[in-house]
Design a protein around this ligand. Structure first.
Ligand code: C5P
Length: 260
């Protein structure tokens, strides 16, 4: 893939992606994951949620099906877009991917902390350079520590003898030292992350389940209020909203719980 540096440039922007857990309204801390392969469905849901919340997430399911255009369309609806492709490759490839994600207008995106220091540093440098070229604020780069679907036993199976909590700390320290803007972790680790990374770091927590909601494939979960109290800056919620009979009502209930 040899794309022209200049093509696909979205309009320069000044994304306000503040770190830390303080100040922002609940609507700027809730990110709804539009996990569908159908751009029509994603955009329909986004239009219904418009005004109610500031962020949506485009993950692998949607991006691989619909490509960069879906990011542009969601931005043109007024959303900040979190592109969650969990980049994990050699530094050269990640460099190229970060330039593309910056050019298409992602406000925040993910890399895997486990990709190593050189990869993380390449991501940060490429993002800064690409943002400068299009005269935009660089998107925030957050490092995935340990997937919220994994528990200690699952880590053991991939040859990691540490607990999930220990492994999250190791990877978060690496991400911090490489200059990343924050981490993605489970709400259970958010308070340790806040302490380790400081008040301005982004602590993005999936694995959010409103009271009474099924965990599904998530192993390390908490309620929206618990995640915020632990120091999360942003909560990622997928199925509890997208799978609800009324996604708008489900999002409203989560926002209420976050504000209470
Ligand atoms: O449907 P659910 O609320 O479980 O969705 C959680 C979202 O967060 C998914 O889009 C998933 O890709 C993402 N995610 C995660 N665990 C991570 C990083 C991202 O579940 N460590």
């Amino acid at each position: 893939m040899l794309e022209d540096e200049g093509c696909g440039i979205s309009q320069p922007r000044q994304a306000d992606v503040s770190g830390g857990a303080r100040g922002d309204a609940a609507k700027d801390k809730l990110i709804v994951a539009l996990d569908t392969a159908d751009a029509g469905k994603a955009l329909e849901l986004a239009r219904r949620l418009r005004g109610l919340l500031g962020w949506v997430k485009v993950g692998m399911t949607l991006y691989y099906a619909e490509g960069p255009q879906i990011v542009r369309e969601l931005r043109s609806l007024g959303f900040k877009v979190f592109v969650d492709l969990k980049l994990n490759d050699i530094p050269h490839q990640v460099d190229g991917a970060c330039r593309t994600l910056t050019r298409i207008g992602a406000d925040m995106f993910t890399v895997h902390a486990g990709g190593g220091r050189a990869m993380l540093e390449a991501a940060m440098a490429a993002t800064a350079v690409a943002a400068q070229k299009v005269r935009a604020t660089p998107p925030k780069v957050v490092a995935v520590t340990v997937l919220t679907s994994l528990d200690d036993a699952a880590l053991g199976e991939i040859g990691i003898g540490r607990t999930t909590a220990e492994q999250v700390e190791v990877l978060a320290t690496l991400a911090r030292d490489a200059g990343c803007d924050g981490v993605v972790c489970s709400p259970n680790e958010a308070s340790v992350m806040r302490e380790l990374l400081g008040a301005d770091a982004l602590v993005v927590t999936p694995g959010i389940r409103p009271t009474g909601e099924a965990a599904g494939d998530q192993a390390r979960t908490a309620t929206p209020a618990e995640a915020l109290a632990a120091g999360a800056s942003h909560l990622v919620v997928g199925r509890p909203v997208t799978g609800a009979e009324s996604p708008v009502e489900a999002a409203k209930a989560i926002l209420k719980e976050m504000s209470s």
